[in-house]
Design a protein around this ligand. Structure first.
Ligand SMILES: C[S@@+](CC[C@H](N)C(=O)[O-])C[C@H]1O[C@@H](n2cnc3c(N)ncnc32)[C@H](O)[C@@H]1O
Length: 371
């Protein structure tokens, strides 16, 4: 063994131990999942609206359907919200006073996305591994009432004002809203356009029931009706014949894959013989690689639909389907809330073409698909 004669470096301080993985960004993902669930619950328990109205709340004020919330549950949910900076807890108050935290305003604005993720689609993610293979036998539940309500919350900030502006430039007397969800859009259109009537169509009984309640509560049942129906298989009917504007928001992706989408879009020209404009708004598939600028909703929306084996088109793919199905885009408006949203203003091709062979074929195919 040969000892080195060169000077030895002075021993340095022992390297700092790396922080344990149990605290830090990955660990925070775990707590974020709990906080996301707490946001969804806080929406339903009325906590968010109380705080947004400028109020404070005590843990024992929380109610679900008139029943008090268990103090342990209240404390656990509030802890998760406090961890996320969404509320501040004043523990010196024996009843645990809750005030908005520094991140409350953002959480309130974005609450619809959390409610959609957790209450509307939670089971899709719970069973992600089971749903991964391309087969049908895995059952999961989506809460369609929550999907309808969360869609309304997501659309209220930007999409609805955009609809207001576009509709203000159109002359119309009767509107049909396809996949009408909560009925909120139709109610808004009725209130802004006193002479207009409308009909909502939705596949989910929970949405139809909710929309019926909303319409009745607004006193609009004399101008608005809602019925259960599959938009993919609409046939000409008395309540559709005078419709001159169709709206369809956050459901167009259900028309896909492409062959089916072209058939549905073509068929709409038959089911609505007096249609002059269709306003179709949906979130399109992003082709960006996820990164630090990935906005809320994108990963959840794309993953949930992948797990449900629902194809999400890009904006360009929508354009191809419109052209093939006889619709001309007059404009495309892009939204940041929801991120990746596009409102297409579409005009049907001339009525002469509506009687042509492609439309007749679509009607036959739609009828046989319905059997
Ligand atoms: C994400 S929600 C959007 C609700 C509403 N359009 C809004 O903007 O708030 C989608 C709605 O489309 C409905 N839907 C899905 N497929 C449908 C179909 N084939 N026919 C009719 N409604 C459908 C769902 O039941 C659900 O209420």
């Amino acid at each position: 063994m040969c000892a080195s004669l060169s000077p030895q470096p002075a021993p340095s301080a022992a390297p700092a131990a790396p922080p344990p993985a149990t605290i830090g960004p990955v660990a925070d993902l775990f707590s974020s999942y709990v906080a996301a669930s707490a946001i969804s619950a806080a929406v339903e328990l009325g906590l968010f609206d109380t705080l947004a109205d400028g109020g404070t709340c005590r843990a024992d004020d929380l109610r679900r359907g008139g029943e008090p919330v268990s103090p342990w549950v209240a404390r656990a949910l509030l802890n998760a919200l406090a961890w996320a900076g969404i509320v501040e807890l004043h523990t010196s108050d024996p009843a645990l006073l809750v005030r908005p935290g520094p991140r409350f305003a953002d959480a309130y604005e974005l609450r619809g996305y959390f409610y959609w993720l957790v209450r509307g689609n939670g089971e899709v993610f719970t069973y992600a591994a089971d749903l991964a293979p391309d087969r049908d036998e895995v059952t999961y539940h989506r809460d369609m009432r929550a999907v309808a309500l969360s869609s309304r919350l997501m659309g209220n900030g930007e999409v609805e004002p955009l609809f207001d502006r576009v509709l203000a430039g159109l002359e119309f007397t009767r509107v049909a809203d396809l996949g009408c969800g909560s009925g909120g859009r139709l109610v808004r259109i009725m209130k802004r356009n006193p002479g207009v009537t409308g009909v909502g169509i939705d596949l989910a009984p929970a949405s139809v029931e909710l929309a019926g309640q909303v319409i009745a509560a607004e006193g609009l049942a004399d101008r608005l009706s809602v019925r259960q129906g599959d938009v993919h298989r609409l046939t000409p009917a008395d309540d559709l014949s005078d419709v001159d504007v169709v709206t369809c928001v956050f459901m167009g992706h259900d028309f896909w894959p492409r062959e089916s989408c072209v058939r549905v879009l073509t068929n709409l020209r038959i089911a609505f013989p007096n249609l002059r404009t269709m306003l179709l708004c949906d979130v399109v598939r992003s082709e960006d690689t996820p990164g630090p600028d990935t906005p809320i909703f994108r990963l959840g929306f794309e993953a949930a639909h992948a797990l449900m084996h629902t194809y999400l088109p890009t904006e360009a793919e929508w354009g191809e389907a419109f052209a093939e199905a006889g619709w001309t885009p007059r404009a495309a408006h892009h939204t940041t809330a929801p991120p990746g949203g596009v409102l297409f203003e579409l005009v049907p091709v001339a009525p002469a073409r509506a009687a042509s062979a492609d439309v007749a074929r679509a009607a036959t195919e739609t009828l046989s698909a319905a059997r």
